[in-house]
Design a protein around this ligand. Structure first.
Ligand code: NAP
Ligand code: ZN
Length: 364
């Protein structure tokens, strides 16, 4: 079964095509964004005149930082309620998009920080327009919001059909201002999502063509895009791959591949995409015996062998090493093994296997 209630617009006229739908969403938009991505990407320069021509007022909440925390969600909720906004436009990478989804639920249901993860309290939401400015998370087409609890230092996601964006406006022109580091990391995130669409025990054969196409687009365009950041066709290919990755995980969810990276982000500040990338090879190796037919089909479709894919990965600076001395690895492992992503992994690692995978990134 496939379910995707988001209306998707792609390409350099995406925003103008979406205009007639934005018009119907409300009279005042809360624009949820980060420090500068809405400006640097060029989205604001195109969006603000459109809103004003449509008679839609707005209030800007530009306080979302990377790996958004519960506090910023509460601040966004207060601003939405105080300013009388009646829908949300989220602009940026996965961080502002995910924060916007949580703000929507928190404001519509008057939820406190502690109530956000309680699905029984989610009855309604404010409509969301998602305008991604990175090509990684696919959050513009998912029902997930991933937040960090700064008190417990735990990063965890939740899913609710109420927070699927109503509109996704995917225009790769907005991604040309990305640094090469963020371009690389976010593409690796998209690659992880696409692979997890195959890894997950919730895998859906209907999605396989989309997944193979997405991975092929990344393999063919990532190096080119890093060399030529202004290359629009290359950016478009990566934006499409990211969207396909989002569509994949909206149906399959993520696996150990994601769960293992979260503590590296909260403890060491490793960017989300890189936290996935540093374990891509190890996780593929762990899963391969359990999903050989699916992987052979995938690599046949992409036109490369699994070994060639691994060698292609080696061409990128993703082999980050960190100092794990002083980390309570057993506590990390307990956290990883209890995450909701684990049960749908094709292989649940033993404690020894998981410890070995984590230790493979130990700085020597
Ligand atoms: P991000 O944290 O949203 O942004 C990373 C950096 O890139 C920020 O400094 C941001 O600046 C900057 N940036 C964004 N767009 C830019 C542009 N066009 N030009 C210049 N700089 C730009 O990165 P992300 O990797 O897209 O999102 C990661 C988050 O998404 C993580 O919290 C992850 O867990 C979550 N995630 C969610 C899903 C989902 O389905 N919901 C899936 C995967 C990951 P600003 O500070 O100005 O914004
Ligand atoms: Zn991800």
């Amino acid at each position: 079964m496939l379910y995707l209630p988001t209306r998707i617009f792609m390409g350099s006229s995406a925003l103008s095509q979406a205009r007639q739908y934005i018009r119907n969403l409300g009279k005042k938009a809360l624009i949820v964004t980060g420090k500068s991505s809405a400006l640097k990407s060029g989205v604001m320069a195109e969006l603000l005149p459109l809103l004003s021509e449509e008679g839609i007022a707005h209030s800007v909440f530009a306080q979302v930082r990377e790996n958004p925390d519960l506090g910023s969600v509460m601040a966004g909720k207060d601003q939405l309620l105080c300013t009388g906004c009646d829908f949300i436009i989220a602009i940026g990478g996965g961080s502002p998009l995910d924060a916007a989804k949580a703000i929507s639920l928190a404001a519509a249901n008057m939820l406190s920080e502690d109530q956000l993860y309680d699905e029984t309290l989610r009855k309604k939401s404010y409509s969301i327009v998602a305008i991604p400015t990175t090509h990684g998370t696919g959050s513009e087409v998912t029902q997930y919001s991933v937040l960090t609890n700064t008190k417990t230092k735990i990063k965890a996601g939740f899913g609710s059909d109420l927070i699927f964006p109503r509109l996704a406006i995917v225009d790769a022109r907005y991604m040309r201002s990305l640094s090469s580091t963020v371009s690389l990391n976010t593409s690796m995130d998209a690659l992880s999502h696409l692979l997890e669409g195959i890894y997950s025990t919730n895998r859906q054969p209907l999605l396989f063509p989309l997944i193979a196409r997405g991975i092929g687009l990344i393999v063919q365009n990532l190096a080119l895009c890093l060399k030529e950041p202004d290359n629009l066709p290359a950016r478009e290919a990566l934006a499409q791959a990211s969207l396909f990755g989002g569509i994949a995980i909206a149906h399959t969810s993520t696996t150990l591949q994601h769960a293992i990276g979260y503590p590296f982000t909260t403890e060491f500040g490793v960017p989300h995409g890189l936290a996935n990338a540093m374990f891509l090879k190890q996780i593929m190796k762990l899963y391969t015996p359990a999903i050989k037919p699916e992987l052979s089909l995938l690599f046949d479709k992409i036109g490369m062998s699994q070994d060639e894919f691994m060698a292609w990965l080696d061409g990128f600076p993703i082999g980050l090493k960190v100092d794990l001395n002083g980390i309570d690895l057993e506590a990390w492992m307990a956290q990883i093994l209890s995450s909701r992503n684990i049960q749908i992994s094709p292989v649940i690692p033993t404690a020894d296997e998981l410890r070995d995978i984590i230790k493979s990134v130990q700085k020597v």
